[in-house]
Design a binder for this molecule. Structure first.
Ligand code: PAF
Length: 282
């Protein structure tokens, strides 16, 4: 496994593979890798010949500077995990490498559609501008044929697909299934901030999503939603931001019948940690 820190070194490393027309995949991450990331690498390996994993804690996507500061950075653990997973190349740039003008802000604003401002967009203003800004820079650096993202960040995948459309990029975006702990908790780098009690309380999120999935065909939509929200609102230490069933392309709430691409999404603060999760309803 090769580890590089600069775009120029990355390009040198990739150049023979590009010449040989090998299929290159990118798995962008912010590190603090867990089994969810490992599954992204494994899926990428099935679909491409060379897998590049980037580790970069992107400052422009954090709305709260404290969040950026306390973002976990267990580098040794991450490198070991990628080595075990037989990842080919790790790209670990500095902030200056990705944002040469930093701390000055680079101009970036693109039209991601109205879904940018819904759900996470309401709670984390500007977040998806920052996400798409760095993902575009990573795409420019790696020039992958395909890139893999976790479905847990459902809205993020949609925003990245919209960014790809905006620039008419030649990269396929693949959304990979959520990986859960045995008890149902969706794997997330943020889970390390959960206390034992938080972890127990957080289980209500996946339980409520399962409840919706299992009952949506029997009970009317408004009642299913009300019951699921009640489950969460009556759990100690959990403060709900949203729990909603939406169309997976527009993120507009479904009020009548669920469709092929309906998805139920939740965001809540569990103790001091904000968690998101979702489930496809088709
Ligand atoms: O999902 C993440 O880890 C990040 O948002 C991403 C896609 C790597 C961009 O920084």
């Amino acid at each position: 496994m090769e580890i590089v820190h600069t775009i120029s070194a990355l390009k040198v490393l990739l150049s023979p593979f590009k010449k040989a027309k090998s299929k290159v995949a990118l798995v962008p991450t912010m590190g603090a890798l867990h089994k969810g990331h490992r599954s992204l690498i494994e899926i990428a390996q099935q679909q491409a010949e060379i897998v590049v994993c980037s580790i970069f804690v992107n400052p422009t996507q954090f709305t709260d500077p404290k969040d950026l500061e306390k973002y976990p950075r267990p580098l040794e653990h991450d490198i070991k995990m990628l080595e075990d997973a037989r990842c080919n190349i790790v790209f670990m740039p500095t902030v200056k490498e990705m944002y040469p003008l930093f701390p000055n802000i680079e101009n970036w604003h693109i039209d991601l559609g109205s879904a940018e401002f819904l759900l996470e967009g309401e709670f984390r203003k500007g977040h998806y501008q920052g996400v798409t800004q760095i993902v575009k820079k990573l795409f420019d650096a790696v020039n992958p044929a395909v890139a893999f993202f976790g479905q847990k960040d459902f809205q993020q995948v949609l925003m990245i697909k919209n960014m790809v459309k905006f620039f008419n990029l030649n990269v396929e975006i693949i959304s990979c299934p959520i990986i859960r702990e045995e008890d149902g908790l969706a794997m997330s780098s943020r889970n390390i901030h959960l206390s034992v009690t938080d972890k127990k309380n957080a289980l209500v999120l996946s339980k409520a999503l399962h409840y919706v999935k299992n009952h949506i065909s029997e009970i009317n939509l408004a009642d299913v939603l009300a019951n699921a929200k009640r489950m969460i609102n009556t759990t100690d230490g959990v403060e709900l931001d949203y729990f909603t069933i939406v169309d997976g392309d527009t993120l507009m709430p479904i009020t009548n019948r669920i469709t092929e691409n309906s998805v139920v999404l939740v965001a809540a603060k569990v103790g001091k940690t904000r968690l998101i999760d979702n489930m496809l309803l088709a």
